[in-house]
Design a protein around this ligand. Structure first.
Ligand SMILES: C[S@@+](CC[C@H](N)C(=O)[O-])C[C@H]1O[C@@H](n2cnc3c(N)ncnc32)[C@H](O)[C@@H]1O
Length: 390
């Protein structure tokens, strides 16, 4: 099968590259109305952000005081990551369509935008007739958001609050709607979901709406011989030297990359659906069983995880998928290489469990354990592998 398209991006902060993939049909579009545009999709590197002192000059954003070390820990202060997120048209247009096509959810409502960035979602809400929008952003981009709000004449409707959601004082006791784009790679990397749940429990009025309100994680399996050779087996012999100690490390880190749909060998399995309006932070840690049934005779080199999000409170169900059969997004897919090359026959099932939990030392990182077994005609294997998204 064909080599995967796109880059070989790992999770090193503060670098980004353009996605050269052009995706086909959005499987999600069959059921949901999502994006309308065929715009080029550009991907972003998303890393953790940190709170910064109030009163920092916006000038720092363009290079005044910030060093590359600052950006390492606070990449959301740099405009580049926001440019890339905004240009992810699957993502941004879905939010825009949700807001503009469902004004009944926003008109005359008090809205909280959790992690506002440039303020784009707040601006959409203001245009849709919100009574007031509180845009909370902890990075230096908050200063830009204030300027953007002013420049667009929405200062009377949008209040930008610079600081962490967990630390700011909101001028109101309740909000009617919480909107946020919190999803990380593998859905849960960055752990911003907890911030949304914190805001929901503190400020959302009884009967209020969280957008999006559903997020689901899926698993499938792919043939990936050529790329596994390039990324993993490479370390066995580097210009004649054995560097296989690095191979062990490269196996542990899932790869964020674009998977070609022709590589998919099995059906997909839904691992977990989270209801953002009801779940607790603990629900983001789970063990889910999977059964991946082969759709053809092939070899399996890796598991691939992806997610979708939906806005079920819309007049018509809306959302998007980051799956390999959908239009590309900056989240791409998450590839977990297997120790074994599995020879699977059509109709046979790779079964197992996936355990997902935040890392105990750094809760923004995600620990993943996969137990899998195949008891097929040509291959019998059973193994446990540990991965770390960091
Ligand atoms: C994925 S970006 C989305 C930005 C913007 N809403 C958009 O859709 O383009 C998430 C933003 O949330 C901010 N953020 C993350 N954790 C936060 C927290 N605890 N409090 C306030 N802002 C936070 C980040 O700095 C980042 O700008």
């Amino acid at each position: 099968m064909g080599r995967r398209k796109g880059g070989n991006k790992t999770l090193a902060p503060c670098s980004s590259q353009r996605n050269d993939s052009s995706k086909g049909i959005n499987e999600f579009d069959a059921e949901m109305s999502a994006v309308g545009s065929e715009d080029e999709v550009v991907m972003a590197e998303r890393t953790e952000s940190s709170n910064l002192e109030d009163g920092s000059e916006a000038l720092a954003l363009v290079g005044g005081d910030q060093t590359s070390a600052d950006y390492y820990f606070d990449s959301y202060s740099h405009f580049g990551i926001h440019e890339e997120m905004l240009k992810d048209s699957v993502r941004t247009k879905t939010y825009q369509n949700v807001i503009y096509q469902n004004k009944f959810l926003f008109k005359d409502k008090v809205i909280l935008d959790v992690g506002a960035g440039t303020g784009i979602l707040s601006l959409f809400c203001a245009k849709a007739g919100a009574k007031h929008v509180y845009a909370v952003e902890c990075s230096l981009m908050a200063d830009m958001a204030k300027e953007i709000v002013e420049a667009n004449g929405f200062s009377n409707v949008i209040t930008v609050l610079k600081g962490k959601v967990e630390e700011i004082v909101l001028p109101v006791t309740h909000v009617d709607v919480i909107i946020s784009e919190w999803m990380g790679y593998f859905l849960l990397f960055e752990n911003m979901l907890n911030t949304v749940l914190y805001a929901r429990d503190k400020w959302l009025i009884n009967g209020g709406v969280v957008l999006p309100d559903k997020a689901s994680l899926y698993l499938t399996a792919i043939e990936d011989a050529e790329y596994k050779d390039d990324k993993i087996e490479f370390w066995n012999n580097v210009y004649g030297f054995d560097m296989s100690c690095i191979k062990k490390l490269s196996m542990v880190e899932p790869l964020v990359d674009t998977v070609d749909q022709n590589q998919i060998v099995t059906k997909s399995q839904l691992l977990k659906t989270m209801d953002i309006s009801k779940m607790t932070p603990g629900d983001a840690s789970f063990t889910a069983p999977f059964k991946l049934v082969a759709e053809r005779n092939d070899y399996i080199h890796a598991l691939v995880a992806y997610f979708d999000v939906s806005f079920t409170k819309c007049h018509k169900l809306m959302g998007f998928s980051t799956g390999p059969k959908s239009r590309g997004t900056h989240w791409k897919q998450t590839v977990l290489y297997l120790e074994d090359v599995l020879t699977i026959c059509e109709g046979e099932a790779l079964v197992g469990t996936m355990t997902v939990e935040p890392n105990s030392k750094n809760p923004r990182d995600v620990d993943i354990t996969v137990k899998y077994s195949l008891n097929g005609q040509r291959c019998q294997v059973s193994r446990t592998q540990h991965y770390k998204m960091r």
